[in-house]
Design a binder for this molecule. Sequence first.
Ligand SMILES: NC(=O)c1ccc[n+]([C@@H]2O[C@H](COP(=O)([O-])OP(=O)(O)OC[C@H]3O[C@@H](n4cnc5c(N)ncnc54)[C@H](O)[C@@H]3O)[C@@H](O)[C@H]2O)c1
Length: 257
Amino acid sequence: MPTSDPLGAFRLEGKTALITGPTRGIGLAIARLFAGAGAGLVLADIDAPACDALAATLGAISLPTDVSDAAALARLADQAEAQTGGIDILVCNAGIAGTPAPMHAMAESDRDTLYAVNLLHPLRLTGLIAPYMAARGRGSIVLLSSIAGLRGNAMLGHYGMTKAALAQLARNLAVEWGPSGVRANAIAPGLIETEWAGAILSSPDRAERRLGLTPLRRAGSPEEIAATALYLASDAGGFTTGQTIVVDGGTLISDGS
Ligand SMILES: NC(=O)c1ccc[n+]([C@@H]2O[C@H](COP(=O)([O-])OP(=O)(O)OC[C@H]3O[C@@H](n4cnc5c(N)ncnc54)[C@H](O)[C@@H]3O)[C@@H](O)[C@H]2O)c1
């Protein structure tokens, strides 16, 4: 690590990051922070106009993609590699909650879409990009898991299943690709102030009940998740691999008192 700049290990100059789902919420905060840290960016969102507009603002490459589509992911990986010097950092952030329902009651088509976006997209995209990273002898993969994957939930069971699987995907990628210099980690956020969390935070009763379970008594910000992603993506996290980092204001370690 450079001694002249104590924070140099957190900088991303000379690195290119591919981020899925970057046009709002956590993905947007990650894109902005990584750009500020000096990374070149490739942005892949289903919302093509928003993806193009953000890319223009950040000086990034826009490759609008529906990450639930396997063929589209293969095109994304090919183009991202071809249009850059290679992807050094892959952030699989795009995710959906699905329509809340007990597991047995979720419509099969909703369930298939949920698994395609939340689980198959990181599985496929890491499988496409990790070999390139390994050939270059370096790379960092960051997956957006959730504390919903670390405990049961009455109405988000399938969502939790996909997020639990991402923690295992991070562990397994770390084992498979570590000898080639590629790291893989996951972040498990608690409740974060995004559109996603709006349904809970906009209802005073639900917000009070939910935040009462969290020692810090507030939702997190997308920037607080982006900061963890920067640590994992950069050389600062160079010896961290296979981990799922919980960033939840203490929700999981509390008994709710
Ligand atoms: N917000 C929270 O409280 C919270 C908590 C835990 C985990 N997470 C996880 O963090 C990630 C980001 O969450 P968020 O709250 O920022 O979500 P969000 O809904 O605000 O943003 C999701 C982004 O993904 C994009 N996207 C959705 N479907 C897509 C598809 N098929 N193809 C390409 N892009 C697609 C959207 O356009 C958007 O830019 C998700 O994986 C989510 O599961 C969020």
